[in-house]
Structures are given as C-alpha cells and as structure tokens.
Design a protein around this ligand. Structure first.
Ligand SMILES: Cc1ncc(COP(=O)(O)O)c(C=O)c1O
Length: 328
C-alpha cells in the first residue's frame, strides 16, 4: 500500500498526541469544505438510482455530457488499467503515485516522466497519464500542450488520461468541456475543492464506450445514496463555489507568506497546498509533528506538502510551531 496524506490516527499513535489535538495539513483537501445538508432518510433506506439528478448536476458543473460517477476518482485509477492490454505507460514523477502503482500492478510497463521529458518519450507510449494541476508540485499544464500530446498519441491509437482532481480552482486549464474525444479520459474529484473526500465521489469524463466498460467493471451501486445526495448539492451550489473560489487563493497566499517568513521556500503551489523541497524535510516534518502539526513528507524528492489551516486557531498553532523551528 502506498502512503498518503491524512492517516491522522497513525500520527496520533506515533507521537502520543490525541487525535483531536492535531492540525492536519497533510492533505490538499479544502479544510472548509461544502457544508453537508440534512440527508433525508430515504437516502439511507433506498438503493441509489442513476436518474436522481447527480449526472445532470455534474454535466452542468463540468460542462461535459459523457460522464460516469464513481466512488472517488481513485476507483477509476484502480480499474482503468484492467481495461487495456499490456501497454507502455508514461506517468509523471513526482505526482499522485497511485497511477503508476495501479498500472504497474496490472502488468503494464511504467516510464517515469517529468513535464520536460514527456516529448522525448511520447511516440513510444501507448498511454500517457498527466496530473493537472500536479500534486504535489502544483505544475499546471496548458490546454494547448495537452491537446498537442493527445494528437501525437492518437496517431498510434494511444490514450491520454488527465487527472484533474485539483482542477476546480483553475478551470481555464481543464479539458473537461472538450470531451468526449477518442483516446481521452479525464478524472475529476469531489474530494479536494469541495472538501468532501469522505463521501468518495468522483467522475470519469470520456467516450460512452469506455464509460460502459468501466461501469461494468465497477458493478451496480458503486456510489452510495447519501454520497450521491451530498455531491449533487455541492455541484449545484454556485454561491458556495463562487465564495470558495474567491477565498482559497487568499488563504494560499497567506500560507505562502508564512512559510517564506520561516525560511521555507515554496517550490510549487496550488490554491489548496504548497510544496516545499528541502533537504531538511524529514526534520521539519518531525519537529512540527511533535507540536501536533501534521504535514505530508515525501522522500523522492525530499520535500513537504502543506495544506491550508482550517481556522484562526490553526493558523496560530502553525505560526507558533514554525517560529519555534527557527529557535531550535
Ligand atoms: C491527484 C489526485 N488524484 C486523485 C486522487 C484520488 O482522490 P478521490 O478518490 O478522493 O477522488 C487524489 C487523492 O489524493 C489525488 O491527489
């Protein structure tokens, strides 16, 4: 199993700090997520139905007609490799490591790429997977760049998968609205911008034929009725979305300033996190953890990801903990 952010129970046990005392900055999940509406009892009692309004809400939000709701984009990440015969697959590194791991586990050959090396390998690949914006580097690929790569891949019937889990704050870079196209799969998540990782909801945007094959693999009722209900509300609430779009960049700027003022130089950014590449990442991670601040540590390359604090008291906790690093 790969390591991920979160896993706060594990941190609590290792550092002997009780669960409720932690400031969890280890994920890129919006800490002030969409407020859960009252869930009607029918959602708990009745099986979910496809025509409950979720797809229409998602079609509007993503500006895409051909999509499939899945139990988190992770469900698609795990199952897509099972739909293709043995392929040479280019994946970004560093990036969300589940892509490479799942394709490798399914017997495909993995080639690790950076944004700079994609061009050199492109004609050898049957599948290229791009995380846009990338996690944890924050690298944002332009639409044109991706369309150019898609075109080259298409000359060999290749496939471009774009993981847009973190795209909601930069939608002018999204290809969702240009879908469906042959050999193009886009993944979206309700977990990050909407801060609803726990409901396990995401979407695959692609040609109907591919969606049918994936749906068959996932089986019936793969998404729970309460999840569908909450996700539908989140996707339709344009007022909440607009406020959040205004607010997140301010929070991100505040975090960047705080990190800089404590000599932590940001190497990559997103509205929901900053990435700090430093040889002292492990020490900083441990020293912050001793004070109940949980960050995401990466070993290759040695780096840390900081998500956004939830409220003023968390900002103060982080600020004091960072300041104390300067003194130690
Ligand atoms: C880039 C990226 N894609 C996809 C996922 C999976 O998210 P979910 O299954 O909650 O949609 C994650 C989770 O951390 C991620 O970081």
């Amino acid at each position: 199993m790969l390591e991920h952010g979160g896993q706060l129970r594990h941190a609590a046990k290792s550092y002997h700090i009780s669960l409720e005392k932690w400031v969890d900055l280890s994920t890129g999940i919006n800490p002030n997520g969409f407020p859960i509406p009252d869930i009607p009892s029918k959602c708990w009692q009745r099986l979910p139905e496809d025509n409950d309004g979720l797809l229409t809400a998602a079609q509007d939000y993503y500006q895409a007609e051909s999509l499939l709701a899945v139990a988190g984009s992770q469900a698609a990440i795990q199952n897509l490799p099972l739909l293709y015969s043995h392929s040479k697959v280019g994946v970004l590194h560093p990036a969300y490591a589940e892509h490479g791991a799942c394709w490798q586990q399914a017997g495909h050959q993995i080639i690790k790429l950076t944004p700079e090396t994609v061009d050199a390998y492109l004609t050898q690949l049957q599948v290229l997977i791009i995380v846009n914006p990338n996690n944890p580097t924050g690298h944002l690929f332009s639409q044109q760049q991706l369309l150019d790569w898609h075109k080259v891949l298409q000359t060999n019937n290749g496939l471009l998968i774009i993981d847009e889990a973190f795209m909601d704050t930069t939608i002018t870079n999204s290809l969702s609205h240009l879908s469906p196209q042959r050999g193009l799969i886009i993944l979206r998540s309700i977990g990050k911008f909407f801060g609803l990782a726990g409901i396990r909801c995401g979407f695959v945007i692609a040609e109907a034929k591919l969606l049918n094959s994936l749906e068959k693999k996932l089986g019936v009722w793969s998404l729970s009725h309460p999840s569908r209900y909450v996700a539908t509300h989140a996707l339709m609430d344009t007022h909440w979305q607009q406020n959040t779009l205004k607010n997140l960049p301010k929070q991100a700027q505040r975090l960047q300033k705080l990190l800089y003022s404590n000599n932590l130089l940001v190497s990559g950014s997103h509205a929901l996190f900053h990435w700090v590449k430093t040889p002292t990442a492990k020490t900083v991670h441990q020293q912050l953890a001793q004070q109940g601040i949980w960050t995401r540590l990466f070993t290759k390359p040695t780096s840390l990801r900081f998500g956004l604090p939830k409220d003023e008291s968390e900002w103060q906790r982080l600020s004091q903990a960072l300041f104390s690093l300067q003194e130690s």
